[in-house]
Write a protein that binds this ligand. Sequence first.
Ligand code: ACO
Ligand code: ZN
Length: 167
Amino acid sequence: MQKAVVAKVGDYDIRRCERDDVQAVISINMETLPEHYSDYFYYEILAEFPETFLVAEFGGAVVGYVMCRIEYGFSHLKRLGLARKGHIVSIAVKEQHRGKGIGTALMITSQQAMAEKTATESYLEVRVTNNEAISLYEKLGYSASSRLEAYYKDGEAALVMATKLGQ
Ligand code: ACO
Ligand code: ZN
């Protein structure tokens, strides 16, 4: 069956992740990021939030992914307010495919899907030294709402970055 493409960047297709893609997603996570999760975690997120778990495919191979969760809790943008939030849990693009707009397309497409699931804001945590990722998020309108000291296992701090979704 033809897989449903939700966006295109040159010869890359952005489409929803399917169960058969999860092992490729896990390999990309393993080679690109120090934060890993159990296999169960990926399948669980896919089962619960299939609309916002996307992959980038090139020539039949998965070369990038974005995995998100929809949550309800304290807003990162309004003081003391509650909000339905799209949480970008993890995003990565294989090194040879970076700098071509795939990360941007994965972010924009997942944000549209979050908005369709009625989330009003999107947020994520990123290492304070991850300049490429921070520039990507800033370009898309995210700004730092807080800093979490020693957030990562190796002691590095995280920036929490957030942006409003929709108009
Ligand atoms: N130096 C500085 N900024 C960069 C660089 C670079 N080498 N490469 C990309 N960027 C920034 C720029 O702002 C760029 O926008 P521009 O092209 O308009 O200047 C923007 O990123 C988007 O570039 P894309 O080509 O759309 O992004 P790419 O496909 O390269 O993916 C990503 C970006 C996902 C951050 C990639 O670098 C990656 O996989 N990194 C390793 C994994 C990682 O760090 N993931 C994020 C962790 S935090 C989290 O998951 C919530
Ligand atoms: Zn997170």
